[in-house]
Design a protein around this ligand. Structure first.
Ligand code: TXA
Ligand code: MG
Length: 287
């Protein structure tokens, strides 16, 4: 299933066998819960308890690249396995027209983790999605290249807790702050933010961050003008363009079978927070 962020491997959220097949295709640890995708706000409120803060976020960013973790309202609609046994559910209304059409036609929540094998870069084209997990899919929907290219931002909105950012993504911290004030950080406890595995989004070649040039045998991915690089995330230094190109650039660099992939520093502002998060995880630095 295409979405505006990345391609997803989609399954009926209510069907534990279908959900188990998704975990198996990705080789994903089953303690890492999935996002339930729905067509609109009404469908979201049927499965999740959305308080005033969550509703304000939904009004501002849905449909779009924001995932809200909230208490589960309908345990059958999003099965235990999809939630990894948690009493919360991650819900998102994607903006891609084909995703919307699929969700509206199906009528129930659809889990869709990024369609990569666990630990690998997320696919941003149908071709990359097929190369990752296509052999497990019954049907492929071609929605063209993903516009955003980075996964959704995940926030938790739980009773008695501040709104927390669990994963940076397509909606920036600055955009969220304007709706719900300064965000709290995810708790250190890994079970509350289970998506944060050490090596994630990783190409086969090792990744060297904040590089200024290619070393021997390295492919160099640049950012901004004036760099002598093999691939450039954005020659004009545009972070949205860099986000859209990130995972396909990592794949393209990997196809050259380099000793390592060197990548230029990316500013931490705006979408740069999510880009740097993915790069640090791809390099294996973040627990
Ligand atoms: O943009 C996206 O979000 C893409 C597209 C396909 O929609 N999907 C995606 O799904 O990135 P996935 O499964 O790769 O990432 C889901 C993230 C993980 O970090 C997971 O730990 C977190 O959401 N998550 C899901 N349910 C949660 C919950 N109940 N509590 C905390 N985190 C949760
Ligand atoms: Mg993923």
């Amino acid at each position: 299933m295409p979405t505006e962020t990345v391609y997803g491997l989609a399954a009926n959220a209510a069907d534990p066998l279908a959900v188990a097949a998704v975990y198996a295709a990705k080789g994903r640890p089953s303690f890492n819960p999935l996002i339930a995708h729905v067509a609109d706000l009404a469908a979201a409120t049927a499965i999740a308890v959305l308080d005033e803060r969550a509703l304000a976020l939904a009004a501002a960013f849905w449909p779009g690249p924001l995932t809200i973790v909230a208490p589960i309202a309908d345990e059958a609609a999003v099965c235990d396995l999809a939630r990894a046994g948690l009493d919360t559910v991650a819900v998102r209304v994607p903006a891609h027209p084909l995703a919307h059409a699929l969700l509206a036609a199906f009528g129930g929540p659809v889990v869709a983790p990024s369609a990569n094998v666990s630990g690998r870069p997320s696919p941003t084209t149908l071709e990359d999605a097929i190369a990752e997990t296509g052999s497990f899919a019954a049907v492929w929907l071609d929605g063209g290249p993903c516009q955003i290219g980075l996964e959704s931002t995940v926030v938790s909105v739980l009773p008695g807790e501040p709104v927390r950012m669990l994963r940076p993504g397509g909606v920036t911290r600055g955009e969220l702050d304007t709706i719900v004030g300064p965000l709290a950080e995810a708790e250190a406890d890994a079970r509350r933010s289970p998506g944060r595995l050490t090596r994630h989004y990783a190409p086969n070649a090792p990744l060297r961050l904040d590089a200024s040039a290619a070393g021997v045998g390295e492919v160099f991915i640049g950012f901004g003008a004036g760099r002598d690089c093999d691939l450039n995330l954005s020659a004009s230094g545009d972070l949205a363009e860099a986000a859209a190109n990130l995972f396909s650039a990592l794949r393209a660099a990997d196809h050259l079978r380099p000793a390592a992939i060197a990548i230029a520093p990316i500013p931490l502002t705006g979408l740069g927070e999510a880009i740097n998060d993915r790069l640090r995880r791809a390099a294996g630095f973040v627990g």
